[in-house]
Write a new protein. Structure first.
Lengths: 650, 650
């Protein structure tokens, strides 16, 4: 840092017509690389931005193998250091999440129109798989509300869970298989960035909408209605509810209301005091036990309280014979797998990242995708439906002091014991308590403070959020999501087609040039129009930029007629033009030609390496890149060209 | 411009540890605007970048009406100044393009599987409409090869031109109607930028592919095959040609070869000497006359030479009763209208812009779209199929000295005379000469020099070009086009998800910081990692940027262990971050939190107005935007923080 400014403010402050002597620095081209090297570099930046193989560098072959195995099976990394203290913590947290997982599993399976026991199957095998492959220490794995809702609503389009339960099961397992395959492929092909297209705004709107749709479905259980609509939207559900008022059962409503209030209060307590996490974690199981006992003792099922009924017991039966990869439903199954796969992946990765950031460890997104994907593929062959890391359960796991994925193993063992011995106890569990558990769980998905924050920061994002929300509520869960993603991408493309161009002015007393709109002090240099283009120049915007720059020139000329000075130079600051394509090259050639006809010179400032290279290649005679038309900074360009002006108008 | 550098090179050249005294300039926020003002401004930039109402400002009401009428009907602009000299030029060029339009019209109609006379109808009404509404002085309007091919190949999917000619005609007129409606709406809604998505590379590949497909279709006429495939692809056409060798007619081949060579030679002459434009312009008509006479005199139609046969005559009959807006074909008709509409619009606008640039006048893209759209809507009710400004014919028009759209009127009148009186003369015109005319016309669409230029400039664009080319040849015309557009947009989105981040270094002897990779002299300042982010930060890239910056830090730390200096500051140069969204705001908050844990400070440099505003709104406590973390230039940030470092490691 040897350069210094010698300040010279005051005397010339309102007289910009001062000759400036300044050393001129050369604009350099980056070192030559072949197209192959460039391609390699581009691919690395695209697919391996996190450089996952960094740790393998400079290791012995044996060490590389070991690291490789540890990379694939993270359990080999932390397993050898596992000790009794960690185990104690994991047992406590494992039992805690099991007490939550069992009632939630049964409830969510019902949300997906599946037999309740599938919720427990899905809380047994997948957590074991994840414990071996996953790299998050806090993720509690199992079925989740939104993926269950999605699967239920999508599969019901082609198969009735009541009329054709076997077909429905086949579709569920096959979709789960495809979801897992898709998730693992995303991770394996390092295409994990696809889930980034679900922006924060989209997710908040989508989750809130889904929470309302899920809660509305629970009105069936909470009001005791028997003839409930099979549709999901706000309008059909409300109309179904109010057209069947005579089916409402006051006993159900009373009991449902009681448990709902109880669960919401315990939830509120745990939010206020995170140390009391066990209050909300234990409440669902307590509610199930109390309500089941109540029904059993008072024979309430004879008084309009509907109960789960007889359940199977025993461990997960194999289900690979239920997977069907052909036939007329393959389209639906692929679509369901794709959508539930992406949504559950988004939840799982977000949960993993959140808790990793809290505890300051790294979670590799692509690796997690493979873990979650393999877990679902294995799950689909062992009677499980789609699972992922659940937000609420992972929070409980974290608060309960989970140290490693062993807490998932403890949970799985507890669920196993339940499956083997305790299933008959659920026979008298009333459906209303499952409804209350679901509503309590999904209420947390409505994040009003985040919505307000988005309103404050970005109105367009708020529109995206609202479109996801209303799309889910009034159209359908998938279409609402697609709508929001579509609008987000449309905005991005629109941003590319309409890049910003700003007029720069000189900040007095410096050789700094900044946006004249933002910096009110910045002054125009007579005879110079200085523009900064702030996007890659490509086919999508080269026509626009041409028109826009000509308009800036017209604007300038209108002002000029007042100040009697002619436009002599258009200086383009290209610092922010990170790339150009063939159309971009033509844009420069065309602009130069048009300006020449007007007697105006085009000067380029600070092009990045790629832009330099492409202009050189296209421009045989190097007209655009003559030394007198190419500068390192706007200041140098102005001072050099200013001194070369023969007649200065002032 | 009062600031000056006082050069100080040499002594400190290899010792970057020098205290720097420098005045610090404040980063300003742009003047406050309401969300509504911002929205208004954004909409203006998106839809009215060319400020079309500029000329209306400050005019009297009467003047405004006059300007308004002139705006809608450009003929009112140039009409009053029209004189005999202009008329003489226009008559010459009008007659020249008529001699080209008549044989081409007949040929292109056959390419679209339509009755030949439709090609003449379409060269009569649309040019008259364009003369009133269009603002280009050089455009010669009529049917064109690619749109004809597209319409023919798409409509044949659902209707046979031979078995059900009435239905086929109905579909053609209705598609033309929708194409026109769509074109006019694009212009009216100022969505003209949609055609920008057809990049130069896409168009070159597509046109070359289409030229080959079109030429292949002419093998039927040029070889005299009667049982020709109805498919378009390279493979089925070649197999059809070589499976029917016994249908080849040597008389046809000989005569076809003769006229093809003749036409290609005349084309070559006119390209070499533009003054001899009339050689290639007159050759098709001459070929038609000579070949027709030949057939008539020698009764060649009895010797295997197929001829057009009896044609209708008379002016365009009305066809609004043929338009059908419902029924089972509506989907195909809409799709055909959309695709042929966009493609022909692209050709028309490109032609208009090219010649306007040559003669230095402006063509308003959106207005041209309305003109072309209205022309097609009117055409669809007067037995015309889709028309636009044709490249080859407009070039002839330009070379023949056309001054205004009156040359289109002269052409239309000539065609009218032909329709009324000369149609019986075409009865003996052999099909082979039409095939030769088409091949000669489309050969010019294969632009090898442009393809080579694209290969030199941008390898990715070259891939886009190839995919359009091979897609058209091997898959289908529409799908090849869709493929190339899809790849182009995918590249754009990928560019957004993987923005460039570059490490900056100080250029010795200055306070300028530039890409260390591009400027080999640039030196690192110990303790500082200076990064420039070169894209808007949004949901699509915030996760990537986070990972990538952490990797830069790891890279830095690896080097550091060698040089024994700790990373103290991460400076982000935000000059090129033209916008952020809600995810972008979170990116900064998250990055700051992570860096804090590492004991590293985050310093922001030169954020643009919008970024400043959003960070302020999101960041209640202004942690991110404290004066000590926010600077106007990288130089100021470094010098200020450098002097604040208590312990300097050197």
């Amino acid at each position: 840092m040897e350069g210094k400014f010698e300040e010279d403010i005051g005397s010339h402050h309102h007289d910009p017509c001062v000759e400036i002597a300044m050393e001129i620095h050369k604009v350099e081209t980056p070192p030559k690389r072949s197209s192959l090297q460039k391609l390699k570099n581009r691919l690395k930046e695209t697919f391996f931005p996190d450089d996952p193989l960094r740790q393998f560098k400079g290791q012995s072959t044996k060490q590389k193998w070991l690291l490789g195995f540890q990379y694939i099976f993270p359990i080999l990394q932390w397993g050898p250091h596992y000790n009794l203290n960690l185990f104690k913590s994991d047992v406590v947290s494992g039992l805690t999440i099991a007490s939550l997982a069992i009632p939630q599993g049964i409830s969510y399976a019902k949300l997906a129109n599946l037999p309740p026991i599938l919720g427990l199957y899905s809380s047994f095998v997948p957590p074991l798989v994840y414990a071996v492959l996953g790299s998050s220490r806090d993720l509690a794995v199992g079925p989740v509300s939104i993926a269950s809702l999605l699967m239920g609503s999508m599969l019901r389009q082609e198969a009735s869970p009541n009329l054709d339960p076997i077909l429905y099961l086949q579709l569920a397992f096959t979709s789960t298989f495809f979801a897992g395959l898709f998730q693992a492929s995303l991770g394996f092909l390092r295409l994990g960035f696809i889930i980034d297209f679900l922006s924060k705004a989209t997710l908040i709107g989508f989750m809130a909408g889904a929470a309302i749709i899920v809660s509305l479905q629970q009105l069936k259980a909470l009001l005791g209605i028997t003839h409930f609509t099979k549709e999901m939207g706000l309008v059909p559900v409300m109309s179904s509810v109010f057209h069947n008022t005579k089916e409402w059962s006051w006993q159900t409503i009373l009991m449902g209301f009681f448990f709902l209030v109880f669960l919401l209060v315990t939830r509120h307590i745990s939010i206020k005091k995170p140390k009391l996490f066990w209050v909300s974690a234990g409440a669902p199981l307590l509610s199930v036990v109390v309500s089941t006992l109540f029904v059993f003792v008072f024979k309430a099922q004879r008084h309009g309280i509907s109960v789960i009924g007889k359940l199977d017991h025993g461990l997960n039966p194999p289900s690979w014979n239920m997977l069907h990869f052909h036939g007329s439903h393959i389209g639906l199954v692929l679509k369901t797998g794709l959508i539930t796969g992406i949504i559950s992946l988004t939840e799982g990765i977000a949960v993993g990242r959140t808790f990793a950031a809290l505890k300051n460890y790294q979670v590799d997104g692509n690796k997690e995708m493979i873990a979650i994907g393999v877990m679902n593929v294995v799950g689909s062959t062992t009677s499980c439906y789609i699972t992922t890391g659940a937000f609420s359960r992972s929070a409980v796991n974290h608060n309960a002091g989970a140290k490693t994925a062993v807490s998932n193993i403890i949970m799985a063992v507890t669920v196993m014991v339940t499956l083997l011995f305790l299933m008959p106890l659920f026979q008298y569990t009333p459906n209303l308590v499952l409804g209350a558990i679901i509503v309590t769980a999904v209420v947390g998905l409505i994040d009003l403070p985040a919505a307000y924050q988005i309103w404050k920061v970005d109105k367009f994002d708020f529109v995206v959020m609202l479109s996801a929300f209303f799309g889910v509520i009034f159209i359908s869960v998938e279409e609402g999501l697609a709508l929001a993603v579509g609008i987000s991408i449309f905005k991005m493309v629109l941003q590319m087609t309409r890049p910003k161009t700003v007029v720069l002015g000189n900040i007095p007393g410096t050789d700094i040039f900044r946006n004249k709109h933002q910096y009110k002090d910045a002054v125009t240099i007579p005879g110079f129009l200085i523009l900064s283009i702030q996007a890659p120049i490509s086919f999508a915007n080269s026509n626009y930029l041409n028109e826009r720059i000509l308009r800036w020139i017209l604007d300038y000329e209108e002002e000029e007629t007042k100040s009697h000075s002619d436009l002599r130079f258009v200086i383009l600051d290209l610092a922010a033009v990170s790339a150009i394509d063939a159309n971009g090259v033509m844009f420069f050639q065309e602009l130069r030609r048009v300006l020449e006809k007007k007697g105006v010179e085009l000067v380029l400032v600070n092009p990045v390496g790629e832009v330099m290279e492409k202009l050189q290649k296209a421009d045989g005679t190097h007209d655009l890149l003559q030394p007198s038309n190419l500068y390192l900074t706007v200041g140098e360009a102005v001072s050099s060209r200013f001194s070369s002006m023969k007649v200065v108008s002032c």
